[in-house]
Design a protein around this ligand. Structure first.
Ligand code: KIV
Ligand code: ZN
Length: 555
C-alpha cells in the first residue's frame, strides 16, 4: 500500500461507539442523516454500526453503505491526497463484528454495498479479559483472532483488527497477536485503550513498540482508539499519532461508552493548529465542525458542555475586560484559532422575511440540508414565521429549523396546542394532542412551574411509564428573540420494563427528545413528546417483535 506518511485517516465511530452512550440510541433515519454529515465533513472511514446487534442495526448500516458509501457529496471540497489508494472517495464504510463467523458475515452483509467496504473485527487480549471474560488462553486468543481475520479476509479486502483492551495487554503478547493477524490478512491494526487507563507517554511508547517489534507492520496502518475515563483520550491519541499511528478513531463531541471516546474536533484542530509540531494533515473540512457537532448533539440528546474545546458555546467567548481589550488590539492575543476555522462564526443570513423559497432552499442545501417537497414547504413556512418575529436570522437558526423537519422517530402523539398561565399563583397548563388513532386528547394540569405543569398534562394524556432524567433549554443564538432549543432525557419507570432482558437491548432504556421554537414552552413540550414517542415506539416494537433480539457489542 502506498501510504502518504503525512496523512492521518479520520475513522469516525459516532454511529457505533458513540451510539453506545446510554440514551444516545439513534433511529435509522437519524443515523443516515449523521452519516451524510460525516461524509460532507470529509471523514475517511464511517463506522456505521454493529450489524449483528439487531436487524435494525443491519438495515441502517446497509442503507448507509448503499447511499453515503457510494457517492461523494456535491460541493464538498476534495480531500487532500484523494485518488491515492490510501485516501479513498467516497469514505470507507465499516461494520463492527466480534471475532465470530456469524458476526463477521453480518458485518459484511451490512457494508458490502459500499464502494469501499471494511470489516472491523475485535477480540480482547488483556489478561483480565482473557481470564474473566473470554476464559481463553493466550494460544486460543491468537488462534481465534487469526482464524476470524482469515475468514473476514475471504469476504472483504479491507480488514481492521482490534485487540480489545490493548492498553492493558502484555506488549510481547500483543506483538505476537498483531503479527499473526497481519499474516492472516488484516490491513489496519487498531490499538484500543478500551478503559481509558493509559497515560500519554505510555500509550505513545506502546505504539512505538508496535511499530518497531511487530513482524510485517509495514504492510498495515496503525490506528488509535482511546477512551476518556481519565480525561486523557485526546492526549493519548495524539501521543499515538506522534509515535507513528496514521488512523485515529474518534467521535463527534467525544461521545461514547462511559466518559466517551477521543473527540474528532480536538484531534483534527490540534493537528491543524499545531501543524509545525506534527507535520501531519487530515482530510477534514474544519469549517463544518460546529455544525456537525450541533447535529450530533441534537440527534443523540447528548448536550455539549459550554466549555468543551472547539465546539462548546464558550469556546470563542471572551468575558474578562483584559481579554476583550487584548482581542480588540489583536485577536491572536487570546485566540489560537479563528472561530471561522471551525464554522463558529455567526453567518448572518442575507435572507429576510421577503426572501423566496428558492434562496432559502439553496442556503439550506449549502448547510447540508437539501430539503425538498413537503419538508421544504414546512421549513419555509416556519422560516417566514420566524422572520416575522426575529430581526437577524443566522445559520444556527436555519439549522435548528431544518433539523426539526427531519422526522427522527414515529410520532404516535402530535402536539396540537399548548397554553400555560403562570406567575406567583398556580402554574397551569392545558395541552391538546392528536393520539395514535387520530383522536384529539385534551387536558389541563397544575405544576410547580409552567414546564412541570405541561409535562404533567402530557403524562396524563400519553400515560407512558416515563421518568424524567434531564431537561435543558438553551438559546440557539444570542438576543431576546432567539430560538429556544429544548432537550429532554427520560427513562422507563416501570420496574418490569426497566429489565434489559425484557427489552432485549442490553442497554438501559433511556430516550431523548429535542425541539426548537421561539416559544420555549412549545419547544419543551415538543421535546418531551418526541422522547415519549420513542419510548412508546419501543414498547410497541417489543410487543410485536418476533425477530432476533438486539444484543450489545459488549465493548
Ligand atoms: O473500546 C474498544 O475497545 C472498542 C473496540 C471494539 C475497538 O470500541
Ligand atoms: Zn471503544
Amino acid at each position: 500500500m502506498n501510504l502518504p506518511q503525512n496523512y492521518v485517516r479520520i475513522f469516525d465511530t459516532t454511529l457505533r461507539d458513540g451510539e453506545q452512550s446510554p440514551g444516545a440510541t439513534l433511529t435509522s433515519e437519524e443515523k443516515y442523516e449523521v452519516a451524510k454529515a460525516l461524509s460532507r465533513l470529509g471523514v475517511d472511514v464511517i463506522e456505521a454500526g454493529f450489524p449483528a446487534a439487531s436487524p435494525d442495526d443491519l438495515a441502517a448500516v446497509q442503507r448507509i453503505a448503499e447511499t453515503v458509501g457510494r457517492t461523494v457529496p456535491e460541493g464538498r471540497p476534495a480531500r487532500p491526497l484523494a485518488n491515492g489508494d490510501f485516501v479513498l472517495e467516497p469514505p470507507i464504510i465499516a461494520g463492527l463484528a466480534r471475532a465470530a463467523e456469524r458476526d463477521i458475515e453480518r458485518a459484511f452483509a451490512g457494508v458490502r454495498g459500499a464502494k469501499h467496504p471494511r470489516i472491523h473485527t475485535f477480540l480482547a487480549t488483556s489478561p483480565i479479559h482473557r481470564e474473566h471474560k473470554l476464559r481463553m488462553s493466550r494460544d486460543e486468543v491468537i488462534k481465534r483472532a487469526t482464524e476470524m481475520v482469515k475468514f473476514a479476509r475471504s469476504l472483504c479486502e479491507d480488514i481492521e483488527f482490534s485487540p480489545e483492551d490493548a492498553g492493558r495487554t502484555e506488549p510481547e503478547f500483543l506483538y505476537e497477536v498483531l503479527a499473526s493477524v497481519i499474516e492472516a490478512g488484516a490491513t489496519t491494526l487498531n490499538i484500543p485503550d478500551t478503559v481509558g487507563y493509559t497515560l500519554p507517554h505510555e500509550f505513545g511508547a506502546l505504539i512505538a513498540g508496535i511499530k518497531q517489534n511487530v513482524r510485517g507492520i509495514e504492510r498495515a496502518v496503525i490506528s488509535v482508539h482511546c477512551h476518556n475515563d481519565l480525561g486523557l483520550a485526546t492526549a493519548n491519541a495524539l501521543a499515538g499519532i506522534a509515535a507513528g499511528a496514521r488512523q485515529a478513531e474518534v467521535t463527534i463531541n467525544g461521545i461514547g461508552e462511559r466518559a466517551g471516546n477521543t473527540s474528532l474536533e480536538e484531534v483534527v484542530m490540534t493537528l491543524a493548529t499545531r501543524h509545525p509540531a506534527f507535520g501531519l494533515q487530515t482530510g477534514i473540512d474544519t469549517t463544518q465542525l460546529t455544525r456537525v457537532s450541533r447535529l450530533v448533539s441534537a440527534r443523540t440528546g447528548m448536550v455539549v458542555q459550554p466549555n468543551k474545546a472547539i465546539v462548546g458555546a464558550n469556546a470563542f467567548a471572551h468575558e474578562s475586560g483584559i481579554h476583550q481589550d487584548g482581542m480588540l488590539k489583536h485577536s491572536e492575543t487570546y485566540e489560537i484559532m479563528r472561530p471561522e476555522a471551525v464554522g463558529a462564526q455567526k453567518t448572518l443570513l442575507v435572507l429576510g422575511k421577503h426572501s423566496g423559497r428558492h434562496a432559502f432552499g439553496n442556503r439550506l442545501a449549502e448547510l447540508g440540508y437539501p430539503l425538498e417537497g413537503e419538508a421544504l414547504e414546512s421549513a419555509f413556512a416556519r422560516f417566514k414565521l420566524l422572520a416575522d418575529k426575529k430581526k437577524h436570522i443566522t445559520d444556527a437558526d436555519l439549522l435548528a429549523l431544518a433539523s426539526s423537519e427531519t422526522k427522527s422517530a414515529p410520532e404516535a402523539y402530535k402536539l396540537l396546542a399548548v397554553h400555560v398561565s403562570c406567575g406567583s399563583g398556580l402554574p397551569t397548563a392545558s395541552v391538546r394532542l392528536e393520539g395514535p388513532d387520530g383522536s384529539e386528547l385534551t387536558t389541563a394540569a397544575i405544576g410547580t412551574g409552567p414546564v412541570h405543569a405541561v409535562f404533567t398534562a402530557v403524562d396524563s394524556l400519553v400515560q407512558a411509564p416515563a421518568e424524567l432524567l434531564e431537561y435543558s433549554i438553551n438559546a440557539v443564538t444570542e438576543g431576546i428573540d432567539a430560538l429556544g432549543e429544548a432537550s429532554v432525557r427520560i427513562r422507563v419507570k416501570t420496574e418490569g420494563l426497566r429489565d434489559d432482558a425484557q427489552f432485549g437491548t442490553g442497554r438501559s432504556p433511556v430516550f431523548h427528545g429535542h425541539a426548537a421554537d421561539t416559544d420555549v414552552i412549545v419547544a419543551s413540550t415538543k421535546a418531551y413528546l418526541s422522547a415519549l414517542n420513542r419510548l412508546v415506539a419501543m414498547i410497541a416494537a417489543k410487543k410485536g417483535e418476533s425477530s432476533v433480539p438486539r444484543v450489545s457489542a459488549g465493548v
